[in-house]
Design a binder for this molecule. Structure first.
Ligand code: ADP
Ligand code: ZN
Ligand code: MG
Length: 476
C-alpha cells in the first residue's frame, strides 16, 4: 500500500441459522432439496398467510449476540424492508431496522502482531430470499426453498484496517459461531456470506472516506483478494486526482477485479416500516442472563485454558482452537495419554501438513485420537525415533492400522543396542575423515553431520541420544 494512505474496512456477514424449519413457517430449512419443494403459503407470500416466529431461531440469535459481547435489546421488533425482485415473493423482506436484536459488541481477532478488538455495530435477525438461477438456461428460474430461512446479519464497525485483518476477523467470527453451534458457516453452501465495505483516507485523517461495497465474495480468501484489489484501485484513483464514488461493485474472481454494479444514485429506498403481522414483545433480561450462563466455552476462553492447563504457546493454542473439532481432537489425544506439547507438535507440524498434501481433512482421516496417542507413546518410550514417527504417521493415514502394527511389520523399532550403534558409528568415522578432522578442530557442525550419517547408516532407527553418546565416546 502507498505510504500516505490507510484503508478502512467494515464487514457485513450473513449467517444462516441451522434450525430445522424456516423463520416464520414450518417448512424445512434444509439445503439441497428438490427446487420449490420446501414452500408454503407463508414463505411464498400468498395473501392471507401469517408469519409465526421460530423460537429456536430467536434463541440462536440471542446466543450469537451474547457470544459477540453485544447488548441484547429489551424488545423484539421486526420491520418490513420493501423492494421488488423475483426472488422475494412478498416484495418485502422481514428484517429488523431501528431496533435490532443486539448491538454494541466486539470480537477479538488474532493477528501476528497480537490481539485486536473489532467492534460489532449490530447483529439482527432477518429472513433469507429465494435463489435465482441463470446458468445453462434460456431464461432465469427461481427456487423458493431458501425464502424464509433464518439469518443473522452481523455488521462490524469500520475498525478493520487491512485485508489480512478482514481475513482474521472472518476466521474468528466463524470459530465463535461454530462453537456456539448455531450455523454450518459453509461459504460454499451459502450458509455464510460476506459483503465488504472499504474506503481509503490519508494517514492521520480521522474522518471516513467514501466507501465502496463489494459483493459476490465466495470465500475468505476471495474477500482478501477483492479488498487488496479495491484498495489499490482507490489509491490509484486518488493519486490521479479522481473522485471515488459511493457504489456497489462485484468481485470477479476469474478476472481478479471489481466491476461497478450500481451507483449511489440507483441505491434502494427500502421504505422500512414495522411488520404489522408480528407483534413486538419484551425480552426478559433474566432469561437472557440464563442463556449467557449456558453458553458453551468460546474460542478465546479455550485458548487461554490451553495455554494455562497444557502449557502450550499462545500461537499453538490459537491454531488448535480455530476449529472446534480440531481442538476436540487435540484434547482427545491428551485424554488418551499423550503429553500435550507433543500432541500439539505432532498435530501442527506433521498431521495437518500431511492431510493437506493428501487433500483430506482431519474429519475424514483414517486414524483416531487414540491412534495418534499410541504413536506418541512409541516415541516417548523410545520404541521408535522421531524420524520414523513421520513415516509411521503417513502409513497410519493410508492404512488406518495402529502404530504398533506398522512399527512391527516394517521393523522400525528403534535400535538402542550400543554395540549395533557403535558398529555403525565406526563405519561412519572411517568413511568421513574430513568431518572427523573438523570436529576434532572444534567444528560443532561436523558432529551434527556425523550423527546424521549414523542415523542414515541405521536407516533412521538408531536412538538419537545413544548415537550422540556413542559417537562422542568413539571420537574421544
Ligand atoms: P449502509 O447504510 O450503506 O449499509 P452502514 O453505515 O450500515 O452503511 O455500514 C455498512 C458497513 O460498512 C459497516 O460494516 C460499516 O462498518 C462499514 N462502513 C461504513 N462506512 C465506511 C467507510 N467509510 N469505509 C469503510 N467501511 C465503512
Ligand atoms: Zn413455508
Ligand atoms: Mg447497512
Amino acid at each position: 500500500m502507498s505510504a500516505e494512505y490507510e484503508s478502512v474496512i467494515g464487514l457485513e456477514v450473513h449467517v444462516q441459522l441451522k434450525t430445522k424449519s424456516k423463520l416464520f413457517c414450518g417448512c424445512p430449512a434444509e439445503f439441497g432439496a428438490e427446487p420449490n419443494s420446501n414452500t408454503c403459503p407463508v414463505c411464498l407470500g400468498l395473501p392471507g398467510s401469517l408469519p409465526v416466529l421460530n423460537e429456536q431461531a430467536f434463541l440462536y440469535g440471542i446466543q450469537i449476540a451474547l457470544a459477540l459481547n453485544c447488548r441484547v435489546a429489551g424488545r423484539l421488533k421486526f420491520d418490513r424492508k420493501n423492494y421488488f425482485y423475483p426472488d422475494l415473493p412478498k416484495a418485502y423482506q422481514i428484517s429488523q431496522y431501528d431496533q435490532p436484536l443486539s448491538s454494541g459488541g466486539h470480537l477479538l481477532v488474532e493477528m501476528k502482531e497480537g490481539q485486536k478488538k473489532i467492534g460489532i455495530t449490530r447483529a439482527h435477525m432477518e429472513e433469507d430470499a429465494g435463489k435465482l438461477l441463470h446458468e445453462g438456461r434460456a431464461g432465469s428460474v427461481v427456487d423458493y426453498n431458501r425464502a424464509g430461512v433464518p439469518l443473522m446479519e452481523i455488521v462490524s464497525e469500520p475498525d478493520i484496517r487491512t485485508p489480512d485483518e478482514a481475513y482474521a476477523y472472518l476466521t474468528a467470527l466463524k470459530a465463535v459461531l461454530q462453537y456456539v453451534g448455531v450455523s454450518d458457516c459453509d461459504m460454499e453452501k451459502g450458509s455464510l456470506r460476506c459483503d465488504a465495505n472499504v474506503s481509503i483516507r490519508p494517514k492521520g485523517e480521522t474522518r471516513l472516506g467514501t466507501k465502496v461495497e463489494i459483493k459476490n465474495l465466495n470465500s475468505f480468501s476471495a474477500v482478501k483478494r477483492a479488498l487488496q484489489y479495491e484498495i489499490a484501485r482507490q489509491i490509484d484513483a486518488a493519486e490521479k486526482g479522481e473522485t471515488i464514488f459511493q457504489e456497489t461493485r462485484l468481485w470477479n474472481d476469474e478476472r481478479a477485479l471489481t466491476l461497478t454494479m450500481r451507483s449511489k444514485e440507483e441505491a434502494h429506498d427500502y421504505r422500512y416500516f414495522p411488520e404489522p403481522d408480528l407483534v413486538p414483545f419484551t425480552v426478559s433480561s433474566d432469561w437472557v442472563e440464563d442463556l449467557r450462563e449456558d453458553l458453551p466455552e468460546l474460542p478465546a476462553a479455550r485458548k487461554e485454558r490451553f495455554v494455562k492447563d497444557y502449557g502450550l504457546s499462545e500461537y499453538d493454542a490459537s491454531v488448535l482452537i480455530q476449529d472446534k473439532d480440531l481442538g476436540n481432537f487435540f484434547e482427545e489425544c491428551v485424554t488418551a495419554g499423550a503429553p500435550p506439547k507433543r500432541a500439539s507438535n505432532l498435530i501442527q507440524s506433521e498431521l495437518l501438513g500431511m492431510l493437506y498434501e493428501r487433500g483430506e481433512t482431519f474429519h475424514a482421516m483414517k486414524t483416531t485420537a487414540a491412534g495418534i496417542a499410541g504413536l506418541i507413546r512409541l516415541v516417548e518410550n523410545g520404541t521408535i525415533s522421531g524420524r520414523s514417527a513421520k513415516d509411521v504417521l503417513a502409513d497410519m493415514l493410508e492404512t488406518a492400522k495402529p502404530a504398533e502394527d506398522i512399527v512391527r511389520e516394517k521393523g522400525l523399532t528403534q535400535v538402542s543396542d550400543e554395540t549395533v550403534i557403535a558398529e555403525a558409528a565406526k563405519k561412519v568415522i572411517a568413511a568421513n575423515p574430513k568431518p572427523v578432522e573438523d570436529y576434532k578442530n572444534g567444528k560443532e557442525k561436523s558432529f551434527a553431520f556425523l550423527v546424521g550419517q549414523v542415523m542414515r547408516e541405521t536407516k533412521g532407527k538408531a536412538n538419537p541420544a545413544l548415537a550422540n553418546k556413542v559417537l562422542k565416546e568413539l571420537l574421544g
